[in-house]
Design a protein around this ligand. Structure first.
Ligand code: CMP
Length: 147
């Protein structure tokens, strides 16, 4: 049964011109891109999206990073989309990804445990929450993308 997940190309991914390469990998892997939007996230939106990490020492730095430029947010769909996208992006720490998952997206374009180029929902519950966060909720202050 088909499933949806939320994927994001983070500011370093857009700055580094990895968008086309990543989209090609996504489509070659059998995902369809149901929705997409490019947006420059503001501080409040990042804080709310990553609220689960708000007590972590890296949180202020994460907010800074995620507001440093635009991101590309996509809803991806295919069978087993959540687990497959997580496997394709590789471990959170891109330095580790380069060693243990050299073919992963984070190995290709990430830098370290923060600047890791892409995001993927970690469960189907997270996927549902994250998709509605960006594409349904008027309260997020974000206008829905046109795709
Ligand atoms: P992401 O998978 O989008 O989820 C939370 C983000 O917080 C993560 O990618 C990184 O960008 C960042 N992050 C996670 N762990 C660390 C860490 N140890 N140090 C700095 N940033 C981190």
């Amino acid at each position: 049964e088909k499933e949806k997940t939320l994927a994001m190309i983070k500011p370093d991914g857009l700055f580094g011109s990895y968008t086309n390469a990543i989209k090609e990998i996504i489509l070659d892997s059998g995902f369809s891109i149901c929705k997409e939007m490019t947006i420059h996230l503001d501080e409040d939106t990042v804080k709310s999206f990553y609220a689960v990490h708000s007590s972590k020492s890296f949180f202020p730095s994460l907010v800074n990073y995620m507001t440093s430029g635009p991101v590309l947010i996509m809803v991806l769909e295919k069978v087993n989309a959540v687990a497959d996208w997580r496997a394709m992006i590789g471990p959170t720490d891109a330095r580790k990804a380069k060693v243990t998952h050299p073919n992963s997206i984070r190995a290709m374009c990430g830098l370290d445990s923060q600047t890791n180029c892409v995001h993927g929902s970690d469960s189907s519950e997270s996927a549902a929450r994250e998709i509605s966060f960006f594409f349904k909720e008027a309260s997020s202050g974000i206008v829905e993308g046109t795709h």
